[in-house]
Design a binder for this molecule. Sequence first.
Ligand SMILES: [Zn+2]
Length: 113
Amino acid sequence: MRLFEGTPWDRPPRCERCGELEADCTCPPPAKVLTPPEKQTAVLASENRKKGKVVTVVRGLAADENDLPRLLDRLKAACGAGGTIKDETLEVQGNHRERVRTLLVEIGYRVRE
Ligand SMILES: [Zn+2]
């Protein structure tokens, strides 16, 4: 029972986009508002991991301001290597600083090393 239900003031909530009752609305959730790459600085490094493995690491990009899974896919494709996301750190297997830097700059990020 809503406040004012059955009275002239009764206004069931409607979706602002499709105009349907909220209960009937099938609009997708609003897209994330991402921060332009030009306003962000990615911090690039290569690090030694156990068993002599080297990984290329990208830090400084917030998960709620970037599509990190998509960025990781692009990095993996550019390097031809596997990779993973740990919290907000992107890791690509192997030493691919040149390729990672090139791609980040291409996308528009500022890069610090
Ligand atoms: Zn809707």
